[in-house]
Design a protein around this ligand. Structure first.
Ligand code: SF4
Ligand code: SF4
Length: 385
């Protein structure tokens, strides 16, 4: 009961913040995306992180200092990613620091490529101990882009599929000690279109939820613009991809909020209309990487580096800097309309609830009141004799 009341309260505050407060205010972020390290033990065809020259990543002391920024007092959820986040030698001490210094933290989610089975088992076990002690919900997402040899081919690692299976097995054993969710994440690109049904069947058979992420191309973070021509969907793929978007875009029940995103992708890819899915990175989420760079979102350029300042609130200074806010407005008008990122949109759709209700009623995304009135007028004109 306590849990349900907490979620309802969260929803009401979220709806109020997204629809009213955000109109004239910059919301303090409640979610953080943390690139814990750029080290990576994979060789994925869609990403260049593994090719990056190693750079000096932030020390524990630097993390400790950053966490003194009052900005972290509002954070409730942290998504940890990499590189392969679990390869960071400071992974567990940093998580301890986060838990100790962020009073409202109630959810930690981590992404892993699933290759270093024993390391994953050990580190996840330590994380579970921390989470259990501090009443924090934990979840892990393991990457799986294809079945058998296909995964090996896409990730460039011998025996990749079997390594992932072994890690999932270990994680399932850990689930018996402390309940947490395991999700499998698959990148949608030219090479994985043939794997869609196989991955869905695998998910059903193994009773592990699976989600897709459409490949994006950026000159920041994954730095993969040079890969675009090799992995972007081909014309032959389009039909299959649209079919998938359409299927995922049909709400299975009233709680299937993520269907809004997929229906939106269907319209975006089929009719080249702008994205209408709200994004938390425009409201109350931001990212920091292991080098101290702060980003409004990882698809776009950073807004500064916390190591460049002696301020006691380096993250807040960057986040609320009017010049950076102007850049965020630029992202909103120039980059978001064509962005296919699904990163954490579920909450944003729930808070901007009118869009999802519109989808439930009409089966189409919401493009704003003036657009839909214009459409209605056209229908009426056509219907008149
Ligand atoms: S996609 Fe992830 S696992 Fe693959 S190379 Fe990039 S950071 Fe590493
Ligand atoms: S560019 Fe994409 S990820 Fe970044 S804020 Fe816009 S929609 Fe969100």
């Amino acid at each position: 009961m306590k849990h349900i009341i907490k979620r309802i309260k969260e929803l009401i505050i979220g709806i109020y913040s997204y629809n009213i407060l955000s109109k004239n205010n910059i919301l303090p972020p409640k979610r953080l995306l943390l690139v814990l390290t750029y080290r990576c033990n994979s060789r994925c065809i869609m990403c260049n992180i593994w090719k990056m020259k190693p750079k000096k990543e932030m020390s524990l002391n630097q993390w400790k200092k950053i966490l003194e920024d009052p900005m972290f007092q509002h954070i409730e959820k942290i998504n940890i990613t990499g590189g392969e986040a679990l390869l960071s030698p400071n992974c567990i001490p940093i998580i301890e620091l986060l838990v100790r210094n962020i009073p409202k933290l109630s959810y930690i989610d981590i992404v892993s490529n699933g290759f270093a089975t024993e390391l994953i088992r050990k580190k996840v076990q330590s994380m579970l101990t921390i989470c259990k002690k501090n009443n924090i919900i934990f979840s892990i997402s393991i990457s799986l882009d294809g079945i058998g040899m296909k995964h090996e081919e896409l990730r460039g690692i011998p025996n990749a599929y079997n390594l992932v299976m072994a890690s999932i097995l270990k994680l399932k054993e850990l689930q018996k000690q402390y309940p947490f969710s395991i999700v499998v994440g698959s990148v949608l690109m030219k090479q994985t279109v043939s794997e869609i049904e196989k991955l869905q069947a695998w998910s059903k058979q193994n009773n592990i939820p699976q989600c897709f992420q459409v490949v994006g191309f950026h000159d920041t973070y994954v730095d993969n613009l040079n890969k675009q021509k090799d992995i972007i969907f081909s014309k032959q793929n389009n039909k299959k991809i649209l079919r998938l978007f359409e299927t995922l875009g049909k709400p299975k029940n009233w709680k299937d909020i993520i269907s809004y995103f997929w229906k939106d992708m269907y319209f975006m890819y089929k009719y080249q209309v702008p994205r209408s899915t709200p994004c938390p990175f425009l409201y109350d989420e931001f990212a920091i990487d292991a080098l101290g760079n702060v980003f409004y979102c990882l698809s776009e350029h950073g807004i500064g580096n916390i190591k460049d300042t002696t301020s006691v609130s380096p993250v807040s200074d960057l986040y609320f800097d009017p010049k950076n806010i102007q850049y965020r407005n630029y992202i909103k008008t120039h980059c978001c309309p064509t962005c296919n990122s699904e990163c954490n949109v579920r909450k944003a759709i729930a808070y901007d609830f009118k869009k999802y209700i519109w989808l439930l009623i009409t089966g189409t995304p919401w493009y704003g009141i003036s657009f839909h009135i214009k459409q209605l007028k056209q229908h009426i004109r056509k219907a008149l004799p």
